[in-house]
Design a protein around this ligand. Structure first.
Ligand SMILES: Cc1cc2nc3c(=O)[nH]c(=O)nc-3n(C[C@H](O)[C@H](O)[C@H](O)COP(=O)(O)OP(=O)(O)OC[C@H]3O[C@@H](n4cnc5c(N)ncnc54)[C@H](O)[C@@H]3O)c2cc1C
Length: 307
C-alpha cells in the first residue's frame, strides 16, 4: 500500500495511457500513484490482443503487443501502482481531489484520467455453472490451448478471430452460434478438419467434474431442438462485454470527457488522456498518447512545481 495519502498526481487506469503517463511522471514527481480496477495492467492490449503485432508505433517498426506491454511495465516503479482498485468517485475539496475507491480514499493535487473505453465486464454464458475455471473470456497465450478440445460460443468477429488462431494449435474446436449466419466471413473454416461449426445452437447445460471444470456441454438446436453433448477441455465465451464507464460528474460527449488544449477536463486539476477523450484529428491508438502525456506534464510542472 502507498505510504502517503496526499499524492501529487493520481493516475486512474493502467492501460497504455496510464502506464505511459506514470513512466513519464515518475522522474518529475516522487509522489505519484496509479490505480487500476483489474488484477492486471495493460488495458485493451492485455485483455484483447496480446498476440497481435503492433505496426504503428514510432519507436518500434513491428512489435508483438505482449512485448510492448512488457516494455511499458518495465519502465514504471512497481511501488507506484495498485491493482484491483476501481475508482468509484472523484470529490473536489479546496486545492485537492479526493479519489474514492471501495472502502477507502486517496487525496491528490491533480488527477489524470486514463480510463480508456471504461471498465469491461464480459457477458457470460448465462446458464448454471458458468463460473467454472475452464471458461475463458479472453486468451492470453495460444499455447495454453495446445492439443485441447475447445468449444467457442459466439458469432462475431472476435469469435471468428479466436477460431482462426486456435485452430492452429487446438486438437478440436466446436464453434457454436445461435444464428445460421456469422457477422464476419466464416468461409475459411469450411475446409478446416479440426473445426466443427454448430448453428443455430445455444448452450443448454454444463457438466462439471469434481475439480469444478466443465467436461461436457449440452447444446440445443433452436429450430429442431436436437441436443448434442460435446466433450471439452476449455470453453471460450465470445459474447462481447458490458462497458461500465464512470462519468465522475465531468462534462462528456458521446462517452468522451471534454478537455481543453491542455487536456484538462471541465474540472480544474483533473486531466484526461488516451481513449477516454476525443478531439479533432484524434485517433484512438497508442501513439498520440505520448504527445498527450507530454502536454499534461508541462501543465503539471507549472502548477505543482510552480515553474
Ligand atoms: C483488437 C484491438 C487492436 C488494437 N490494435 C492497435 C494497434 O495495432 N495499434 C495501436 O496504436 N492501437 C491499437 N488498438 C487501440 C489501443 O489498444 C488503444 O488506443 C489503447 O489501449 C488506449 O489506451 P488507454 O490506456 O487509453 O485505454 P485502455 O487500454 O482501455 O485502458 C484503460 C484502463 O483503465 C482501467 N479503468 C477503467 N475505469 C477504471 C476505474 N474507474 N478505476 C480504475 N481503473 C479503471 C481499465 O481497467 C483499463 O485497464 C487496438 C485496440 C483493439 C481493441
Amino acid at each position: 500500500m502507498p505510504k502517503k495519502n496526499l499524492f501529487d498526481v493520481i493516475i486512474i487506469g493502467g492501460g497504455p495511457a496510464g502506464l505511459i503517463a506514470l513512466a513519464k511522471l515518475e522522474p518529475h514527481f516522487d509522489n505519484v500513484l496509479l490505480l487500476e480496477a483489474k488484477n492486471v495492467l495493460g488495458g485493451q492490449v492485455q485483455a484483447l490482443y496480446q498476440e497481435k503485432t503492433i505496426a504503428d508505433l514510432r519507436d518500434f517498426s513491428l512489435i508483438k503487443a505482449e512485448q510492448y506491454l512488457e516494455h511499458l511495465i518495465n519502465k514504471i516503479n512497481p511501488q507506484h501502482f495498485l491493482l484491483n482498485t476501481q475508482v468509484k468517485d472523484l470529490l473536489l475539496q479546496k486545492n485537492k481531489v479526493i479519489v474514492v475507491v471501495e472502502a477507502a480514499s486517496f487525496e491528490a493535487k491533480c488527477v489524470v484520467l486514463a480510463t480508456g473505453l471504461g471498465f469491461y465486464t464480459p457477458r457470460t454464458l448465462g446458464i448454471n455453472g458458468d463460473d467454472a475455471s475452464n471458461i475463458h473470456y479472453s486468451i492470453a497465450k495460444l499455447q495454453n490451448f495446445k492439443d485441447r478440445e475447445i468449444i467457442i460460443f459466439g458469432g462475431g468477429d472476435s469469435a471468428l478471430d479466436w477460431t482462426r488462431e486456435l485452430m492452429k494449435v487446438a486438437k478440436k474446436i466446436y464453434l457454436v452460434h445461435r444464428r445460421n449466419e456469422f457477422r464476419g466471413d466464416a468461409t475459411f473454416l469450411l475446409k478446416q478438419e479440426n473445426v466443427t461449426i454448430l448453428t443455430p445452437y445455444l448452450p443448454l447445460s454444463l457438466d462439471k467434474n469434481n475439480e469444478g471444470s466443465v467436461k461436457q456441454v449440452t447444446v440445443e438446436n433452436i429450430l429442431n431442438h436436437e441436443q448434442l453433448t460435446l466433450n471439452c477441455d476449455d470453453i471460450i465465451v465470445s459474447y462481447g462485454s458490458i462497458p461500465t464507464k464512470t462519468a465522475f460528474n465531468l462534462r462528456a460527449e458521446t462517452g468522451n470527457y471534454l478537455i481543453n488544449q491542455d487536456f484538462e477536463t471541465s474540472t480544474s486539476n483533473i486531466f484526461a488522456i488516451g481513449d477516454a477523450i476525443m478531439y479533432e484529428g484524434k485517433k484512438k491508438r497508442i501513439q498520440p498518447i505520448y504527445d498527450e502525456v507530454d502536454t499534461v506534464i508541462k501543465t503539471l510542472l507549472k502548477r505543482l512545481h510552480k515553474i
